[in-house]
Design a protein around this ligand. Structure first.
Ligand code: FAD
Length: 454
């Protein structure tokens, strides 16, 4: 949680001791070269940590290494009886914090968990039958019925413990953060709150009408700040309650925030859903594997590099590599293309997304993929196959999004970019031909689905 406001764990620490030492541990499992996070994601994290360090007047201490070793050692070094954190909700984070708690307890110290990154902690809401929610709409209803949680007050005064040795802000393995101009956006809590206030006054009012349009800058992009804990959902929800925007816009935005919490709740109950099909119903479905088939490997490479020959898909995949961000509509269409046009199992794509997304969130990502793949809870039915051309024509009607990310098509006018093969000059500037025929692959996907059900 790389912020100082609306931070119950910090507030609690401040009430327990005169001085508090803020610590960040770059976890080598996540950040080592070739690890889960790629350069864009690492760069963004690093920028956020740097902003927090500045906000603490350089009190923030960096200690790289396995958290279960580094934290108890540092606690002993400064004589801290308690280590305060925000409660983790992901399978990896929960297991890691359990190891830290055990190591601290061995030394007579305590790991104190306060709250979670959600407004309603995962695991709290249950159906009348006492079971976890599997369907979004009733979850939303129950989530709303709990009322708005108030943001935590600012601590009156925080006295940081200073004079403790810190490592440089450098990632394990001597890895540096490659920053591309596209992502040189300001990071940290202040920048996130500024972005949010601007969005509240200039963008929110038309959210419900324009949120599906990747050609427009119509969504908040708060996912990146939320993923780093630069802001908490509580703060956003409290501001939404008094926002100068139509009720439909506020409701639509709130529901999207709730999707984030629904995903976290599902993953809380089913930690295996980060890597496996949540519903076993499609277990018999056959997928191609890039490990066994050179054709599948070539297909996945074309998908990753944005060279499938389907402009809307390629724009999304290139935005991912260039910016570490993808508009939600493009996430759905690119994901559908991998699963249903290229017949690859969703985790192949989910891993690639997690590596590059600056808002990488294992719950929203895995469940987003499973929604598209038809394997999740409350997912789109498998037989709903996104058509990459009609999706482009509908949600990027003038082709602006495609032209922004696919320069080989920048010479084509208007919506012609979505079907360059129909235009006499469409494929003259290096844009590839389609690697598959969507209609043929759609039928193939449905045939595989039928066979699996049979
Ligand atoms: P806005 O439209 O402004 O929405 C406001 C906030 O609501 C977002 O910041 C986000 O926190 C939440 N939100 C919106 N849509 C969703 C959704 N469908 N599911 C969960 N939360 C949502 N979101 C992530 O934060 N991290 C991920 O790793 C991630 N991976 C995804 C993978 C796939 C295949 C799909 C289909 C969706 C994924 N999403 C993920 C959800 C969604 O695409 C992003 O949250 C959204 O695009 C972020 O842009 P924004 O902040 O401008 O969203």
């Amino acid at each position: 949680d790389l912020r100082l406001r609306d931070h119950p764990a910090l507030l609690r620490a401040v009430t327990r001791a005169d001085e508090v030492l803020p610590v960040f541990v770059p976890d080598p499992v996540l950040l080592r070269p070739g690890g889960t996070a790629g350069p864009e994601r690492v760069g963004r994290l690093l920028a956020s940590v740097a902003a927090l360090r500045e906000a603490t007047g350089d009190a923030l201490v960096i200690r790289a290494g396995a958290p279960e070793t580094v934290i108890p050692r540092l606690a002993a070094e400064v004589g801290a009886a308690e280590v305060h954190v925000t409660g983790e909700t992901t399978p990896y984070g929960r297991a890691r914090d359990a190891r830290v708690a055990e190591a601290l307890a061995g030394d007579g110290r305590a790991l104190v968990r306060t709250g979670t990154p959600c407004a309603v902690d995962p695991g709290v809401l249950r159906t009348r039958a006492g079971t976890p929610y599997r369907v979004f709409t009733p979850f939303l209803r129950a989530w709303r019925a709990r009322g708005l949680p108030r943001p935590a007050p600012d601590p009156e005064a925080v006295r940081w413990l200073t004079g403790v040795d810190s490592e440089e802000l450098r990632l394990p393995g001597g890895r540096t953060a490659a920053r591309s101009p596209a992502t040189a956006e300001p990071a940290g809590e202040e920048a996130a709150l500024r972005r949010w206030r601007t969005y509240l006054s200039d963008g929110l009012a038309r959210y419900h009408e324009l949120r599906d349009r990747p050609d427009l800058d119509a969504t908040s992009r708060m996912s990146v700040a939320l993923a780093h804990g630069e802001v908490h959902q509580r703060t956003l929800l409290a501001d939404l309650a008094t926002a100068p925007a139509p009720a439909a816009a506020v409701e639509s935005f709130t529901a999207e925030l709730c999707w984030r919490e629904f995903s976290a709740d599902v993953l809380w109950h089913e930690p295996g859903a980060a890597r496996r099909d949540l519903r076993p119903g499609l277990a018999g479905l056959t997928y191609d594997s890039p490990d066994d088939s050179p054709a599948a490997e070539a297909a996945v490479t074309a998908w990753r590099t944005g060279r499938t020959g389907y402009p809307f898909v390629d724009a999304g995949m290139r935005q991912l590599l260039a910016e570490g961000f993808v508009h939600n509509r493009a996430r759905m269409v690119t994901a559908s293309f991998l699963v249903k046009d290229l017949h690859l199992w969703w985790p192949v794509g989910a891993r690639h997304f997690l590596r590059h997304l600056r808002d990488a969130d294992v719950a929203s990502n895995s469940l987003g993929w499973q929604w598209v793949a038809g394997t999740g809870t409350d997912a789109a039915p498998y037989v709903r196959v996104f058509n990459p051309v009609s999706q482009g024509l509908r949600f990027d009607p003038d082709g602006t999004y495609v032209r922004r990310w696919v320069p080989e098509l920048a010479h084509l006018p208007g919506a012609a970019v979505h079907e360059p093969w129909r235009h006499p000059e469409g494929l003259l500037r290096g844009y590839p031909s389609r690697i598959v025929d969507h209609e043929v692959e759609r039928r193939e996907a449905l045939a595989r689905h039928e066979a699996a059900r049979g």
